[in-house]
Design a protein around this ligand. Structure first.
Ligand SMILES: NC(=O)c1ccc[n+]([C@@H]2O[C@H](COP(=O)([O-])OP(=O)(O)OC[C@H]3O[C@@H](n4cnc5c(N)ncnc54)[C@H](O)[C@@H]3O)[C@@H](O)[C@H]2O)c1
Length: 127
């Protein structure tokens, strides 16, 4: 992502990205690349399928502290609080349940988490 280094938002500031599921497998690699590309990154993850330890390792790799909210996307009030504290130029939404076998066994759990989480996220922009 080196070619996008130095990118700025409309206010001439470093762009800020919300990374949901940022503690997960794809999320923490994305956090590293975005921070290297000069984005401010804010992570929201409920740590349901991940560990704070992974984010601590990311901090070690980058030699900087991350902005992390351990919150559930299903918690509307908590999500609104995050949106009230930051101005996001973009959102990358990785927070979701994704185990194929479990999704067949517990479809409603997956619908509830993945659809409602996405809707709550969108409501902060379009609600
Ligand atoms: N891993 C892959 O190969 C792959 C391929 C294609 C698409 N994807 C998609 O990318 C996304 C991320 O995949 P991953 O492999 O990083 O999964 P992951 O399970 O490692 O990461 C998902 C993260 O989301 C968090 N999360 C789940 N529900 C949440 C909620 N309600 N609120 C807050 N946090 C929540 C989990 O704690 C976890 O840290 C998923 O949507 C997945 O379907 C993954």
């Amino acid at each position: 992502m080196d070619e996008v280094k130095g990118i700025m938002n409309k206010s001439g500031k470093k762009p800020c990205a919300l990374l949901t599921g940022g503690a997960g497998y794809i999320g923490n690699h994305t956090a590293i690349e975005m921070i290297k590309a000069d984005y401010d990154v804010v992570i929201v993850d409920n740590l349901h399928n991940s560990y704070m330890e992974a984010l601590k390792r990311v901090e070690k790799i980058l030699d900087q502290k991350l902005t992390i909210y351990v919150e559930d996307l299903l918690d509307k009030a908590a999500l609104q609080k995050v949106f009230s504290k930051h101005h996001f130029d973009c959102v990358i939404h990785f927070a979701g349940l994704k185990a194929v076998y479990e999704s067949v066994e517990k479809p409603l759990l997956y619908y509830r988490n993945n659809l409602n989480g996405t809707i709550n996220l969108l409501e902060n922009r379009f609600g």
